[in-house]
Design a protein around this ligand. Structure first.
Ligand SMILES: O=C(O)CCCC[C@@H]1SC[C@@H]2NC(=O)N[C@@H]21
Length: 250
């Protein structure tokens, strides 16, 4: 494993033996405390996934959420999903070493050797166009592969099975929190451009034909990048489409 960066200044850390969902805990934390905090658990029994799916957490996997009160509107807060994807990829790369094939699948899945190793779910609270609390929820299959969901676009894999390397969730957080803070710092000082560039440099299937499914509609086209707001740019026979939310299939 590569050298550890220090824990980010001013960020609290809470380890819960058990909870329903670290995202729920993070939203409630952010409503009560102004400062950022990582909340992780050893046993998450009602994990929430994207598009209303459940997220299973076998023992030894990572389930954690960063509680934030971000400045800006919901569109700005949504960019944290790309910050999280880059940070998770950095942390896994630090564990797994250069031989691991890591890639990012829009909007924020992290792939290891072609399978889904991590998922990210942002949830927020607020009103009147302002975000009062944000939970950046991250699940990483460190130790075990959860059962495959037949509706999910990608089969799960785990770090342990793909690399033979084991790491505890708390040690993983020590890699993840500094990586997140570094990418967040760039977002806050330089804007979305460097985050977008870094994401595209690691994006799976850029320039290739993919399918983006939103509900019952499936758009097939060439994956041409992401726009300044993080929407997927797809060139289809009907022309260039900007897709704000979808499940992507290869
Ligand atoms: O469907 C996905 O790909 C996103 C999964 C996000 C799971 C994480 S685990 C920690 C946090 N707490 C939750 O309830 N969900 C997220």
């Amino acid at each position: 494993m590569s050298d550890l960066s220090p824990w980010p200044e001013g960020v609290a850390r809470h380890v819960l033996p058990r909870c329903a969902s670290t995202n729920a805990e993070a939203l409630s934390h952010a409503a009560r405390h102004p400062g950022p905090a990582w909340i992780v658990t050893h046993d998450q029994y009602q994990g929430r996934g994207r598009r209303g799916r459940d997220w299973a957490m076998p023992a030894g996997n990572f389930a954690g959420s960063l509680a934030l009160r971000p400045a800006g509107d919901p569109a700005q807060a949504a960019l944290y999903s790309f910050v999280a994807a880059l940070a998770v990829a950095d942390a896994i790369a630090a564990v797994a070493g250069p031989a691991a094939r890591l890639a990012l699948k829009w909007p924020n899945d992290v792939l290891l050797n072609g399978g889904k190793v991590a998922g990210i779910l942002l949830e927020s609270a607020g009103h009147g166009g302002a975000v009062s609390a944000l939970a950046v929820g991250i699940g990483v299959n460190l130790a075990a592969t959860p059962p495959a969901d037949p509706d999910a676009p990608f089969a799960p894999v785990s770090v342990a099975a793909e690399t033979g390397i084991t790491i505890t969730p708390e040690d993983f957080l020590d890699l993840l929190a500094p990586a997140f803070a570094a990418w967040e710092g760039r977002l806050l000082t330089e804007g979305f451009a460097p985050i977008r560039r870094a994401f595209l440099a690691r994006a799976a299937r850029l320039g290739e034909t993919i399918t983006a499914r939103t509900g019952r509609v499936a758009l097939v086209g060439r994956f041409d990048g992401i726009d300044e707001g993080g929407a997927l740019l797809l060139t289809t026979p009907a022309g260039r489409q900007s897709v704000p939310a979808a499940d992507v299939y290869f």
